[in-house]
Design a protein around this ligand. Sequence first.
Ligand code: GLC
Length: 546
Amino acid sequence: MTLDTKKVVYQIYPKSFKDTTGSGVGDLRGIIEKLPYLAELGIDMVWLNPFYPSPQRDNGYDISDYTAINPDFGTMADFEELVAKGKELGIGFMLDMVLNHCSTEHEWFQKALAGDPVYQDYFIIRDEDEITDWQSKFGGSAWAPFGDTGKYYLHLFDVTQADLDWRNPRVREELFAVVNFWKEKGVEGFRFDVINLIGKEEVLVNCPINEGKPAYTDRPINHDYLQMLNAASFGQNPKLMTVGEMSATTIENCILYTNPDRHELDMAFNFHHLKVDYKDGQKWTIMDFDFPALRDLFHSWGEGMAAGGGWNALFWTCHDQPRALTRFVDTEHFRAQGATMLAASIHLSRGTPYIYQGEEIGMLDPDYDTMSDYVDIESLNNYQILLDQGKSPEEAFAIISTKSRDNARTPMQWDDTTHAGFTTGTPWLKAGKTYETINVKNEKNGPIFSFYQELIKLRKTLPLIADGDYKAAYTDSDQVYAFERTLGDQSLLVLNNFYGNEVTLDLSTTYQAGQVLISNYADTTLAETIILKPYQTIAIWGNKVD
Ligand code: GLC
């Protein structure tokens, strides 16, 4: 694998990006229409969330046909046109491969239910006395009755998402063929959904810790399967970019997943930095974020992955997280400063940066007023669980509105017209409250968009950013996340103030004589001591005093 470290990826949630038919659901032609916008931003690759036929119980992560297009999103001809037009503009496409499970409406599961033993071996089906205490990630037991057979099938996610049995060579062949089908369509990358969960043991065991996760996460056999997948599909074209979504993973495993010598994947997403506002490790709670924990996680992953020759996918927001800007920043006073600081803190780091649609214009969580505005299955299930636990409807709603995945899934805000210019119909999910001011039309000449453009350009022009080493700096600051990049005799110090108040830093032994490469405040001058303004980011280049 020869990963191009200069590339920046932009994530599009097709359902919410741009609707050209008035159906209320975004479509592939909408993405074609907006390609020039993406080219102007400067990104190289677009990761598209699933657009395959699906009953949409989990917004397309419940696939009923892996090699077709859901008519709501368009046709195969639209997809081919999208890929071709993207190529003309230097934009490749990375497709989402959901290979841990398929929809129970997929013909494999339907044939299995109808009694075909060949297809029953595609799934993880057990007798009642063999099932485990594992919990579904969307709430409740991870086992459901398999028709009226008296047996149970495993579903780590929704009851309509049946886990596939990777131990069966036939299943692997089918899934490798899926990847090759899309590879032949000219896509330039793949994002593998929850790919560190595919390797289940032959004998499944109870596991009271963390709802059973250790029993099925990052199992050694998972690495074997990734090597097989690599050899049978994308590995044959070293230019393809691959990223694995790793649930509850470790640095050690992510080094194995991504070190090029291992021939598994190019890079890995981990989510530890997005759990720093979980009270007692629980998602459905409300707590201010724990800055020292965030800082230490970035440092240990930055240094650990560099030391092991691994590679991080760097991101703040995705379709499974509330928007980082709302989550980490006092947006009432410092939206632009916070948005640009968050961007710099990952774009100047070691790894491949991902931008989630709308981050480049500083979009916020929608600030819905009622539970009926939410549609995500995880949010609805957990709202009920919170009520069952004795929370009042107001308390439960406050938690959902802080944590819901729908927060990132609201329509892309293009302009100030009804529904943010996303659709002329009724959107499948309501637009956020701020669209009249925060939209592409207003923001394109604003400070956030241009800062992103600049960061993307810097990665392309400075090998120090794309390829430099990563070292933690100012590790005891309780307000500034700082790191140093080095390559040959060059170095770059990146300082990120995570709060809305000023902070003083001593630069006398570090970069007093360097030059400011980029900052989100004008007129930054360096001195022995420097005062960082609210949410200020500064990258100081060269001349490190040793
Ligand atoms: C991943 C996806 C998420 C989905 C889940 C099950 O975490 O990102 O959206 O619900 O897998 O496929």
